[in-house]
Ligand binder design. Sequence first.
Ligand SMILES: Cc1cc2nc3c(=O)[nH]c(=O)nc-3n(C[C@H](O)[C@H](O)[C@H](O)COP(=O)(O)O)c2cc1C
Length: 207
Amino acid sequence: MTLSANEVHHLKHAPAVDGVLPLFHSRWSPRSFSDREVSLNDLAKVFEAARWAASSYNEQPWRFLVGTRNSSAYKKLFDSLMPFNQAWAVSAPVLILGAAKTRFSHNDSPNRVALYDLGAAASYLTLQAASLGISTHQMAGFDEAAARQAFEIPDVYVLGAVIALGYQGEPGALANEQARAQEVAPRTRKPLKDLVFSSWGVPAGLP
Ligand SMILES: Cc1cc2nc3c(=O)[nH]c(=O)nc-3n(C[C@H](O)[C@H](O)[C@H](O)COP(=O)(O)O)c2cc1C
């Protein structure tokens, strides 16, 4: 028996921790999107949040290409996706590609943290979307060369991920069995002791 969209949303919610913003625990990445469109007003809000991420030298190296369903930008983004991702992302009403400028504008020297900054902006984007009840699912599985060529993206930009964005749909609508199983599986994370050290490999001893 397949769970409903609502049931899955609850199941994906990580356990609350006192003092931690609930949004961090409730955001998750569905593969099933409903056919409800996302308003341009809400879309502007998610990019507004991304705009305010911190970045090295305040370079703001991130750029985003956005396509809404039936637009030529959407088609270019969709065509660049790997077949596994195309199979489910076809239901997402919005696709976004993140790119980051790899040289600083003030002196043209290499920006080693450009992709890091793009990731920070993308995180803001996903969390702002979640706060509006809008889901996101990031994808590394796309053909970079195809996307670069389709949008004529200059070489000085490195590509990040494609982000599917829209309202969560019914898990049962997913055609692929593996995707359907993952859609209703609880989310997991490594424990803090495996991530936060006082010397390499030694847990910092946080409670
Ligand atoms: C940079 C990045 C690339 C990802 N690439 C893919 C992808 O190509 N296909 C896919 O189905 N999921 C992809 N994911 C989704 C992850 O599998 C998912 O975020 C992870 O399992 C954690 O689940 P959660 O986001 O629901 O917490 C990607 C996520 C990130 C952040």
